[in-house]
Design a protein around this ligand. Structure first.
Ligand code: SF4
Ligand code: SF4
Ligand code: SF4
Length: 206
């Protein structure tokens, strides 16, 4: 990659909202930026960036402003994920799905969303086996600022580095002992069922 192209990719990536939501059809903002530069990909595939984002990309690439590609989704206010604590079974599958480490919790314990870090990407929703994550509109609208984008990008890149380190350190070991997600899920569901059993029965009326 030439220095000029590398700088352009970096420049375009900086214009993207960094929610890492994959609505553009790419795994993250950076590969979309790369595709705009190298594959002549359309500049109207980012719903979180919306019309203002398209204008910025048009300016940066010298291409005409076009309407958002509705097939990628609609522009809208930021919604945040919320976890129903009563229903969470502590399976930790949402931790794996969140691209910016915005969920706190550990295996067997209730999980919670760190609102300040949530990008509203919705990638955690399908990961939850008991559908206890939903998206909510904050009472006061939360503007997606450059600071928030920069913070989200930092968290995403930190996570990517961590995953790469884990993969290279434990790659062969993990290949020999693959995680049995079905077994983990069954165990979590069994624990949740146990939790729902009443521990005290009401005293019988005399
Ligand atoms: S914010 Fe989402 S849709 Fe926009 S470039 Fe990043 S990953 Fe793609
Ligand atoms: S908590 Fe869910 S919606 Fe929020 S950033 Fe993480 S995966 Fe996306
Ligand atoms: S995926 Fe759902 S049930 Fe599992 S820890 Fe996350 S919120 Fe709880």
């Amino acid at each position: 990659m030439s220095v000029a192209n590398q700088s352009l990719v970096e420049f375009i990536n900086n214009l993207l909202p960094q929610t890492q939501c994959q609505r553009c059809g790419y795994k993250a903002c950076l590969p979309y930026a790369q595709s705009i530069v190298f594959e002549n990909e359309a500049i109207n595939r980012c719903p979180p960036g919306g019309a203002p984002g398209i204008k910025k990309l048009a300016h940066a690439t010298g291409r005409p402003v076009v309407a958002l590609d509705e097939a990628c989704g609609a522009e809208g206010p930021l919604k945040l994920a919320a976890i129903d604590a009563q229903r969470c079974i502590g399976c930790a599958l949402c931790l794996e799905a969140c691209p910016v480490d915005a969920i706190a919790g550990s295996f067997k314990f209730m999980h919670a969303v760190i609102e300040n870090d949530c990008t509203g990407c919705e990638l955690c929703l399908p990961s939850c086996p008991v559908d206890c994550i939903h998206m909510v509109l904050p009472k006061t609208p939360v503007p997606w600022t450059d600071d928030k984008a920069s913070r989200a990008r930092g968290h995403f890149e930190q996570r990517e580095r961590r995953l790469q380190e884990h993969a290279s350190k434990a790659g062969s070991k993990l290949r020999k002992q693959p995680v049995d997600k079905d077994a983990l899920l069954k165990a979590a569901l069994a624990r949740a069922k146990d939790r729902q059993q009443p521990t005290h029965s009401k005293a019988e009326p005399k």
